[in-house]
Ligand binder design. Structure first.
Ligand code: CA
Length: 420
């Protein structure tokens, strides 16, 4: 949930980086978070929290927040040190994609989701009809975000965001979200005391940050309040609305597992390369499971989440719609596989390279520094494997005559060390 200033591409990007769950460096092309290293070391705020609050109150009132809304929301609010700790955490070791998928797409979650699809069938039918989305994907996102409404986070959102605005790494982000949160309270959707979420301000069953809420949350059960905390119908409709706005096409699917022919050019596995499925088929790409979208003209990209030795997928524009919800390819893959799982599909044919130890954060930074030293332009070595790093890895692999999948491994880092 997902980078610093949430971009137009993905409002929930901040959270992607923030949640250790998905912070194993498989982010896509969303704006990447600022380096959390030395340059961003925490400086003690120069003003006290109450001084900051008084200054911020003037800004909030200028933005249309009433004195009463502000004062009620801020009653008794003090900084939350656990938010600061979470904001600064830089996990050295992160889970590989196969371990992430194993827990994200567990048999228990699949069964739970199937039950939820039945329980909420009536609401989902109306939601499908209104927003033109596939209900399995909506329920899969609900499962990923809050375990179907069971885990929304229990932190007071005003307190968390005030802490981030006062002394977080991205005070502007905190301020913008805080204003949006106050707007939500003022609108009467939820009292401040019930506005709970994650330490990063992701709220309710959909885990929307406040600006995302203001754009996409809807009242679908007709009580006049956009209640993503207490109403699963509102939460599901809000998610459907977000997916629909992000370009979801009903019935197109998110993608499917494929097999690649011998001698395939792995450099084609790049989210920036889109081809009609029929063209991928001409290149020898075959479905691994038999599930193909009806329309061979559907545009798709080739995804190798663990490099050329792992499973391969063709992913459609619906996959990109999921990425707008949360800009992590692993997350989007989990949503897709969960949605398939609800229909009894979703078993993978390909094997993950489970013997590989993923690069740690410091190894990823070292890799970026060594690629930069070889003349690749990467930007800041921040340990996050984004589009630029993958491009540089690809170029290096091509220079070695190795499969150019853009996927950094321990072996590749060793080679870099040996040649420098
Ligand atoms: Ca409602």
């Amino acid at each position: 949930m997902r980078k610093p200033v949430p971009s137009v591409v993905g409002q929930r990007c901040l959270l992607v980086a923030a949640l250790s769950l998905v912070s194993f460096g498989l982010l896509t092309s969303c704006t990447e978070p600022p380096p959390k290293g030395a340059a961003a070391e925490h400086a003690q705020p120069v003003q006290s929290f109450s001084q900051w609050r008084d200054t911020f109150r003037v800004q909030a009132l200028a933005a249309g927040i009433s004195p009463q809304t502000f004062d009620t929301a801020f009653e008794g609010v003090e900084p939350d040190e656990s938010v600061i700790t979470a904001d600064r955490s830089q996990p050295e070791f992160t889970r590989p994609v196969w371990q992430y998928l194993e827990s994200a797409v567990s048999p228990a979650r699949v069964r739970n989701g199937q039950g939820q699809l039945l329980q909420n069938a009536e609401a989902l039918q109306r939601i499908d009809g209104t927003y033109g989305v596939d209900r399995e994907a909506v329920v899969a996102i609900w499962g990923m975000e809050s375990n179907f409404g069971q885990q929304m986070g229990s932190k007071n959102v005003i307190r968390s965001l005030a802490t981030l605005a006062y002394e977080g790494r991205r005070p502007d982000f905190g301020r913008d979200q805080l204003i949006a949160a106050l707007q939500i309270i003022q609108h009467g959707d939820v009292p401040a005391s019930n506005m709970v979420g994650s330490w990063a301000g992701a709220m309710g069953q959909t885990q929307f940050i406040p600006t995302t809420y203001n754009r996409h949350a809807v009242d679908f059960d007709g009580d006049g309040r956009r209640d993503i905390w207490g109403s699963s119908t509102d939460a599901l409709a809000s998610t459907a609305n977000y997916l629909s706005t992000s370009g979801w096409q009903l019935g197109q699917g998110w993608g499917f597992e494929v097999r690649l022919p011998q001698g395939f050019d792995y450099a084609l596995a790049d989210m920036d390369i889109r081809k009609p499925i029929s063209e991928w088929q001409r290149l020898g790409v075959q479905t691994a499971t038999g599930n193909l979208p009806d329309n061979p003209q559907t545009s798709a990209s080739l995804l190798l989440p663990a490099g050329y030795r792992g499973p391969a997928f063709l992913v459609t524009d619906n996959f990109r719609a999921i990425l707008k919800y949360n800009n992590s390819t692993s997350y989007a893959l989990a949503v897709g596989l969960l949605a398939d799982g609800f229909k009894g599909d979703g078993q993978l044919v390909g094997n993950w390279p489970v013997e590989d130890t993923p690069l740690s954060r410091s190894e990823r930074i070292e890799l970026q520094q060594r690629l930069t030293a070889r003349g690749q332009s990467l930007g800041t070595a921040d340990g996050i494997i984004g589009a630029n790093t993958r491009k540089a890895v690809r170029a290096y692999q091509q220079s070695l005559g190795e499969p150019a999948d853009g996927y950094p491994t321990q072996a590749l880092l060793k080679q870099l060390r040996a040649t420098q």
